[in-house]
Design a protein around this ligand. Structure first.
Ligand code: ADP
Ligand code: FDM
Ligand code: MG
Length: 217
């Protein structure tokens, strides 16, 4: 894979849909092909904001719903310039969760006016992924991969709403264009193979169109 700029590739999906597994594999595959690749994940729990998010997720602290939403977004903004710099320098950035998680998990709380549209606002201006691979798995199938952990959002009813909202989010024209649904119920190798095919096709399109890095709008 050549090209003048790096790609911005995001993995999304429910808990245990295989995001971390597939992120790792894609990063390795692309690196083996000689591509420069940066592997990131959100939340990035290493920054001061990320530590606040971590305490919230583990239940050590409480946050008002709007406040934690904005902290998750701020945690992406902290890395926005670094992401752009990598892409412009020809490094592909592969990210485990991004703005899509930011919107659907907050909107799933059903806190009055905090709908998808409200939740999306602070994301506007962030680097726009060239491709979002949505690893699609029912919450029942996900449950077979091990019980829920102890973090705040690992609850059946919330997960079910999150899955519906991921679908609803694809009504936004940019999201419809960027998100590719992959059946995450296949074997790890089959998912990996499909992911790679989709990534190569996106790379081809980007190269033929000479597309600049865009921003969320
Ligand atoms: P996520 O990051 O989306 O929460 P993980 O990649 O951590 O998901 O995977 C969750 C669990 O499911 C891990 O134990 C992993 O080994 C397993 N797993 C991942 N992909 C598959 C797959 N395609 N089929 C079966 N098990 C899988
Ligand atoms: N999450 C993640 C959000 O609620 N908003 C966000 O912006 C992001 C990036 O945090 F429950 C939620 C989604 C998930 C948790 O879990 C992070 P992992 O296991 O680190 O992906
Ligand atoms: Mg994970």
């Amino acid at each position: 894979m050549g090209g003048t700029r790096g790609m911005l590739i995001v993995f999304e999906g429910l808990d245990r849909s295989g995001k971390s597994t597939q992120c790792e594999k894609l990063v390795q595959t692309l690196r083996n092909e000689g591509e420069k690749v940066e592997h990131m994940q959100f939340p990035n729990r290493t920054t001061p904001i990320g530590q606040m998010i971590n305490e919230y997720l583990t239940g050590e602290s409480q946050q008002e719903d709007h406040v934690i939403h904005l902290l998750f977004s701020a945690n992406r903004w902290e890395s926005a310039q670094a992401i752009e710099n990598h892409i412009r320098a020809g490094t592909t950035v592969v990210i485990d969760r991004y703005s899509y998680s930011g919107c659907v998990y907050s909107a799933a709380k059903q806190n009055k006016a905090m709908d998808l549209e409200w939740c999306r606002q602070p994301e506007e201006g962030l680097p726009r992924p060239d491709l979002c691979l949505f690893l699609d798995l029912s919450s029942e199938e996900a449950a077979k991969r091990g019980g829920f952990g102890t973090e705040r959002y690992e609850k059946q009813d919330l997960q079910a709403r999150v899955r519906e909202l991921y679908t609803e989010m694809r009504q936004h024209e940019d999201e419809r264009e960027d998100i590719v649904v992959v059946n995450a119920g296949q074997s790890i190798e089959e998912v990996q193979c499909e992911v790679l095919k989709v990534v190569k096709e996106a790379r081809r399109q980007l190269d033929t169109q000479g597309l600049e890095l865009r921003h969320m709008r």
